[in-house]
Design a protein around this ligand. Structure first.
Ligand SMILES: *[C@@H]1O[C@H](CO)[C@@H](O)[C@H](O)[C@H]1NC(C)=O
Ligand SMILES: *[C@@H]1O[C@H](CO)[C@@H](O)[C@H](O)[C@H]1NC(C)=O
Ligand SMILES: *[C@@H]1O[C@H](CO)[C@@H](O)[C@H](O)[C@H]1NC(C)=O
Ligand SMILES: *[C@@H]1O[C@H](CO)[C@@H](O)[C@H](O)[C@H]1NC(C)=O
Ligand SMILES: *[C@@H]1O[C@H](CO)[C@@H](O)[C@H](O)[C@H]1NC(C)=O
Ligand SMILES: *[C@@H]1O[C@H](CO)[C@@H](O)[C@H](O)[C@H]1NC(C)=O
Ligand SMILES: *[C@@H]1O[C@H](CO)[C@@H](O)[C@H](O)[C@H]1NC(C)=O
Length: 483
């Protein structure tokens, strides 16, 4: 009995001593300015509001909570916590420490850390491996820093991560893989940054996300943001007052006040270029309108400020061909059998919910078709020239015809008389003549038809076809005058 009592007493004494020494260990090793105490069952070292320039070196290895807030650490060096023997940290507070540089292995050895507060520092960038070794992290607070980019992979594979705050930084870009494989992530705060757009795939894989703060960013509410916006709204992740900053048509409108279709990209006409001039000598002219815009814009053509009706009655004057490939839309206007009266200003107008764009081109046509312009003559000179040429051709034709007819008649008469005294040329002529006589076709007029075809020089032939064109244009002009 006595023996057993003694044993029990010894046990109690031993535990008390052990406890006392361990207590003494963790608190007595604590040096100014730190204050070491128990905090919700953890050994805590509170070293805040001092002027520490480095991580205190003589803290117990057992410290689980370290508060270094409001010091002047400037840089977190390579394995900085490991070097002072702190590898059992669960919570680390480094708020307001003037930190501007975080070495990629600064936290690498803190394998059981669950909470990290780096807020109110001057951190500009985070290496994608910063949180590689801290797989137990549940909360990361990076608010009020100067981070501009969250790179791919920076928060990857943190299986227990529930909350990330990156409010009030300068973020313009978030890598689409910055938040990959984070099954528990529930709360994300990006408010107060410089985000204008967000790719939907950046966050769409976060199935447990239930809180997302995006307000106070200069969101550009166009077609590039539409899918993300729709995802936010349909997943009940919208928080007021997330609003648009651009484009001007939706400035200051809240995301949930706007229709999805308002998130559109204003059309831009790439062709025609401003104040384009099109010269044409062809029968049909095609005017090109090349537009980008999302959603696909409606495109119309106007001629001198009147909408061109392509389904006009009677003669088809206009044919519109269009197609859309990716985001580029072509709407080409072909004018069939161009007349001089078709000259003027043609405007392509493209419109979608994002806005509209228009470009005007001037169609320049030569009054007398192509040749005059090619020769570099003005239209009046060309008309006179064509007139003169026509007269000359007609006169020559007539003269030639008369000559031919008379000589031919004389020749045949002469040949019939002097049959035997012949040379080759005459023989051939003779046979032609005799055939002519044999055929007995006096009604065939050799003056007008066949000789012109092969006797007229090439240039004249082409002039002759010009003639018919000239006639046509003149007719057009008359019809124009009569209008
Ligand atoms: C440190 O200062 C902040 C305010 O600057 C104060 O809220 C906090 O309680 C102080 N902490 C300690 C341990 O004195
Ligand atoms: C910390 O402890 C080491 C020995 O472990 C000692 O040399 C050093 O002076 C101590 N530093 C401070 C600041 O007390
Ligand atoms: C993160 O830090 C900011 C700024 O210090 C603070 O306002 C916010 O409450 C912190 N968030 C959490 C979850 O601790
Ligand atoms: C969401 O979190 C719960 C635990 O909170 C977890 O069981 C579940 O697998 C998570 N869902 C997804 C899609 O990861
Ligand atoms: C002009 O267009 C009409 C109608 O499409 C076509 O029949 C004609 O062949 C075209 N002319 C030229 C020179 O392409
Ligand atoms: C419009 O004209 C351009 C330039 O000739 C051409 O590349 C495009 O395929 C045309 N589009 C259509 C629909 O005809
Ligand atoms: C066509 O546009 C030009 C300027 O772009 C203008 O000077 C001209 O008067 C316009 N012509 C017609 C017929 O509207």
């Amino acid at each position: 009995m006595v023996h057993e009592h003694w044993k029990a007493w010894m046990k109690i004494i031993w535990t008390t001593i052990l406890l006392a020494t361990s207590l003494a260990d963790f608190t007595t090793e604590c040096q100014r300015p730190c204050d070491c105490r128990w905090q919700s069952g953890n050994k805590a070292a509170i070293c805040s509001n001092s002027s520490l320039r480095s991580i205190p070196a003589n803290l117990s290895n057992d410290i689980q909570i370290l508060d270094l807030s409001n010091n002047n650490l400037l840089t977190l060096h390579q394995e900085g916590f490991n070097k002072v023997g702190l590898s059992n940290l669960k919570k680390l507070f480094l708020k307001e420490c003037n930190i501007d540089t975080v070495h990629k292995t600064a936290f690498a050895t803190l394998a059981i850390m669950i909470e990290l507060d780096l807020s109110r520092n001057r951190i500009r960038n985070l290496h994608p491996d910063t949180f590689k070794g801290t797989e137990k992290l549940r909360l990361i607070n990076l608010s009020n820093n100067l981070i501009d980019i969250l790179e791919d992979g920076v928060f990857r594979n943190l299986k227990f991560l529930q909350k990330v705050e990156v409010s009030n930084n300068k973020i313009v870009k978030i890598g689409t893989k910055a938040f990959s494989n984070l099954p528990q992530l529930k709360i994300l705060r990006f408010d107060g940054n410089s985000l204008t757009h967000m790719k939907p795939e950046t966050l769409m894989a976060l199935h447990n996300l239930s809180g997302l703060d995006l307000h106070n960013n200069p969101w550009r509410c166009d077609c590039n943001l539409q899918t993300f916006r729709d995802w936010v709204i349909t997943h009940n992740l919208y928080t007021a007052p997330t609003a648009c900053a651009e484009p001007s048509t939706v400035k200051d409108k809240l995301w949930n006040e706007l229709d999805s279709s308002s998130f559109a990209c204003r059309p831009t006409i790439l062709e025609p270029i401003p104040d384009a001039k099109v010269r044409s000598y062809d029968e049909n002219v095609t005017l090109i309108c090349k537009v980008v815009g999302n959603p696909t814009p409606e495109v119309i053509w106007k001629y001198n400020n009147r909408i061109i009706e392509t389904r006009a009655f009677g003669e088809i004057r206009y044919v519109v061909t269009e197609n859309t490939m990716d985001l580029i839309r072509w709407v080409n206007l072909s004018i069939i059998n161009v007349r001089y009266s078709d000259r003027g200003n043609y405007t392509c107008i493209a419109e979608n919910p994002g806005g509209r764009d228009e470009k005007t081109l001037t169609l320049i046509l030569s009054k007398y078709g192509s040749v005059g312009t090619i020769l570099g003559l003005d239209t009046d000179t060309f008309a006179i020239l064509v007139g003169c040429l026509t007269a000359v051709i007609l006169i020559c034709g007539a003269v030639l015809g008369v000559c031919y007819f008379t000589t031919q008649n004389n020749e045949s008469k002469r040949l019939i008389k002097t049959d035997t005294s012949s040379n080759g040329d005459i023989l051939i002529e003779n046979s032609v003549a005799s055939e002519l006589e044999k055929g007995q076709k006096p009604e065939v007029n050799p003056v007008v038809k066949p000789p012109r075809k092969h006797e007229a020089p090439l240039s004249l032939t082409s002039e002759a076809t010009e003639m018919s064109e000239l006639n046509r244009t003149l007719l057009d002009n008359e019809s124009m005058l009569s209008k």
